[in-house]
Design a protein around this ligand. Structure first.
Ligand code: SF4
Length: 146
């Protein structure tokens, strides 16, 4: 049982389950079905996690309940390239609740070819600490000179 908040002390030590969440652990290919029970207890909001086969699964489920994080993958517009869009991703996980905001910011980005795999397209997007990087190389479209 893990305490994640403040309690008013009305439940006198008993955990009252308010919400159950089923989570598929994606840390390894086993894909355990993990159940998280979010409840109110004497110590505040508590999370009981079961079904995980290892500690990594516990940590994953706990994070999913408290602060879910995701790698964002998308595309940005590119000018003069062999392709019309450049595939990109964050180089670190960002909070799930920032994804829509990040997508709105990324929609305004336009880069010029050539761009090489691993190039940073946007540094520290929305102060998340993650950079947006290119996931493929797109060279200049030379056919337009012919
Ligand atoms: S709980 Fe452990 S064994 Fe199960 S999927 Fe997650 S990492 Fe793999």
């Amino acid at each position: 049982m893990v305490n994640i908040g403040l309690c008013k002390g009305i439940c006198k030590g008993k955990v009252r389950v308010m919400k159950k969440k089923e989570i598929t652990c994606i840390v390894c290919p086993v894909g355990c079905k993990v159940e998280a029970e979010l409840g109110a207890g004497a110590e505040g909001t508590e999370i009981k996690i079961s079904g995980n086969k290892c500690k990594r699964g516990y940590e994953y489920a706990y994070k999913e309940c408290t602060m879910p994080m995701r790698i964002l993958t998308t595309t940005v517009a590119i000018s003069n390239g062999e392709l019309p869009v450049l595939p990109v991703k964050t180089d670190a996980e960002i909070p799930k609740d920032k994804i829509i905001e990040c997508m709105k910011a990324i929609r305004n980005i336009k880069v010029n070819a050539p761009v090489y795999i691993g190039d940073i397209i946007c540094k520290n997007i929305l102060e998340t600490g993650a950079n947006i990087i290119a996931t493929r190389t797109i060279l200049e479209d030379r056919s337009r000179y012919c």
